[in-house]
Design a protein around this ligand. Sequence first.
Ligand SMILES: NC(=O)c1ccc[n+]([C@@H]2O[C@H](COP(=O)([O-])OP(=O)(O)OC[C@H]3O[C@@H](n4cnc5c(N)ncnc54)[C@H](OP(=O)(O)O)[C@@H]3O)[C@@H](O)[C@H]2O)c1
Length: 340
Amino acid sequence: MTARINDAVDPGLVPQRTLKGGDKIPCIGMGTFGSDRFSGEDIAAAVKGAIEVGYRLFDCASVYGNEHLIGEVLEEAMKKGIKREELIITSKVWNDMHGKGDVLRSCAQSLKDLRLDYIDIYFVHWPFRNFHPKGAPPDYHNKDAKPYNHEEYMETWYQMERLVQAGYVRHIGTSNMTIPKLKLLLRDARIMPSANEMELHPCFQQPELFNFCVEHGIQPIGFCPIGSPTRPDRDKTPDDYVDIEDPVVVKIAKAHNVHPAVICLKWAVQRGQIPIPFSIYRHEYVSNIRCTIEDPLTDEEMKELEGVDKNCRLIKGQVFLWDGAKGWEDLWDVDGVIPG
Ligand SMILES: NC(=O)c1ccc[n+]([C@@H]2O[C@H](COP(=O)([O-])OP(=O)(O)OC[C@H]3O[C@@H](n4cnc5c(N)ncnc54)[C@H](OP(=O)(O)O)[C@@H]3O)[C@@H](O)[C@H]2O)c1
């Protein structure tokens, strides 16, 4: 069952989390990556609808190619009375803009496209300079790709810090990181990350990384919170689990009379990460925000959902691998060591 159209949620009722320094952020946001399937126009229309129904957090990125369209929507919303400080807008520097000066240029472009004076959280999208063209096939390989290089990462991070110092960015964050890489960053950073965007859904709970972030005051932001059923083909393998078909998720969904997607989101919010589900369909994104203010999961259901974890990473990132890498696991330091 989904929520009725026009069933807007008062943003004041949506629970908030607190970032380093005290800034508040809603416990749920909307993703804006179209997975190479949905048009920028459709996504911008969804952002417009989402603002109407109570969303205030939007997860953007330069590589999604739609910030200029979302910017028009944000500007219009602010003209109609939404205050800038009510919105939390994130963006991310893509892998091909890590070089000296490029981070500042990339941020300037995102600010221009989003029609904003500042970005709330600016992420390093991936800890590698390796990239793939839009719509890359599953077996794409970039000959120039290299393993993680901490000196290069810090060169990028120090530019991120400059953006904070200049006031263009409120907070900086990491994405697609691991504990070994975060430990190095925390050792060398002058401005600590406020948030870490990471893949999180019932079949991929990453408890160690999640706890590491929480212990260090880094807010986990969970991407693919529903298990990304519409993700690009390059990110699909036959062994992947489907969260919304998991028997425990389905059973709890029936008990609450909601779609299994909604159970994934309730679990995420109650666990403490900030999920950023994507949908261009109004009935879906209304259900997704509404579920944060009503009919919570019981402690028992939360416990049952903890048992659903299959350590099933969906966004493996194999298109970023370098010559000589053994497999996608090399991107994720699975043995606790950064390959290099
Ligand atoms: N930092 C990173 O590297 C990174 C990586 C990936 C994603 N992200 C961010 O995370 C966001 C979310 O990830 P995602 O889009 O891959 O996956 P997701 O949010 O897990 O899944 C999105 C899909 O779930 C379905 N859905 C959403 N709400 C639903 C509902 N109430 N009922 C039924 N189905 C529902 C929709 O499919 P249907 O269209 O079939 O209904 C939608 O296309 C992205 O948009 C992006 O902003 C970040």
